[in-house]
Design a protein around this ligand. Structure first.
Ligand code: PEP
Ligand code: MN
Length: 339
């Protein structure tokens, strides 16, 4: 961290600030130029509130030179992380996977949907049993019974399951049931007690970006999980809220290479929630592959007009077949990303 001071700062005020910083256990490096005085702060700068420092009269501005995320940071872990999702399914570091299934687990239609997505090449089965709905009157999910259905259906196909967890009190239940990947949804991306609780397990976590979350906030959410001891975090870009209204969200594909640059964690893209309309899902799935995503999460429903949630963005199994063919085609022509 660097503090740039006003050139009018007196020697006494500079010394006082240096003492204040050093009292926090940091070293300082003061350089006096013609136009400004710069203090370099050396050591664990997390003990300093940069806004407090910037609010001081003699301080012109404060700049961070290192990111506040450490465990998720590629600087300290240059090699790509490969997350083992169980059932022989690896993601990251050149391992590409497609997670597919309905938005919600609804019951008997899950088995035929799962068979179709599996046959088309999906490697993980998704389905929400606990649904984070904007309205408390909207369908809230089947709960524990939904988890059992999901596990039964996926078990027959030897696929790992990905399902959303909303409540820290359910972590024990998800672990006991053997949920392969716990999804943290956009609405819970900064639910810190939940992040910490899943961080105490070793179960892979698919961590979605918050609706209005910055890339740095996503990485700090990953840091919450990893700082509790769980290294198995998969990041997910699912669209952000912008002024655009033609799509449900705005797919921030920039986030894919930016996250790969900043972090060693695998990056999944979700073109279903990012666009909100079936007709846009395939093109944006292909774009996400071209941008270098390590995986995709796509909602598929046998009868979207009767889906209990997110029918407007679901692909039918036939549409999913064609999408998977084109995903394979795109992947066959893009070389592994350059350094
Ligand atoms: C979902 O995956 O069905 C979901 C609710 O996603 P998000 O949290 O990205 O809205
Ligand atoms: Mn959904």
């Amino acid at each position: 961290m660097i503090a740039i001071l006003r050139k009018t700062a007196s020697d006494e005020a500079v010394d006082q600030l240096v003492r204040w910083i050093e009292n926090k256990g940091l070293k300082t490096d003061v350089s006096r130029g013609e136009n400004e005085i710069v203090i370099g702060l050396v050591g664990d700068t997390t003990v300093i509130d940069p806004f407090l420092l910037e609010s001081m009269d003699i301080v012109e501005r404060v700049q961070r030179v290192s990111e506040p995320f450490k465990k998720a940071n590629r600087k300290f872990h240059p090699a790509d992380t490969v997350v083992d999702c169980g059932h022989g399914v690896l993601i990251g570091g050149g391992h590409f996977q497609v997670i597919a299934g309905p938005c919600s687990v609804e019951g008997e239609n899950l088995a035929p949907i799962a068979r179709r997505v599996h046959a088309a090449g999906a490697t993980m089965l998704r389905g929400g049993a606990y649904k984070p709905r904007t309205s408390p009157y909207a369908y809230q999910g089947m709960g524990e019974h939904g988890l059992d259905i999901l596990l039964d259906v996926a078990g027959e196909l030897d696929m790992p399951v990905v399902t959303e967890i909303m409540d820290p009190r359910d972590v024990g239940l998800f672990c006991d049931k053997g949920i392969d990947v716990m999804q943290i949804g956009a609405r819970n991306a900064q639910n810190f007690p939940l992040l910490k609780e899943v961080g105490k397990t070793n179960v892979p976590v698919l961590l979605k970006r918050g609706m209005s979350g910055t890339i740095d906030e996503l990485l700090m959410a990953a840091e919450y999980i990893m700082s509790e001891g769980n290294p198995n975090v998969i990041l997910c870009e699912r669209g952000i809220r912008t002024f655009e209204t033609r799509t449900r969200n705005t797919f921030d594909l920039n986030a894919v290479p930016v996250l790969h640059h900043l972090s060693h964690l695998p990056v999944v893209a979700d073109p279903s929630h990012a666009t909100g309309y079936t007709r846009y899902v395939q093109p944006m799935a292909l774009a996400a592959c071209a941008a270098g995503a390590d995986g995709l999460e796509i909602e598929v429903h046998d009868c979207p007009e009767r889906a209990w949630s997110d029918g407007a963005q679901a692909l039918t199994p036939d549409q999913f077949d064609r999408t998977m063919e084109r995903i394979r085609a795109i992947r066959s022509v893009i070389a592994p990303a350059d350094e």
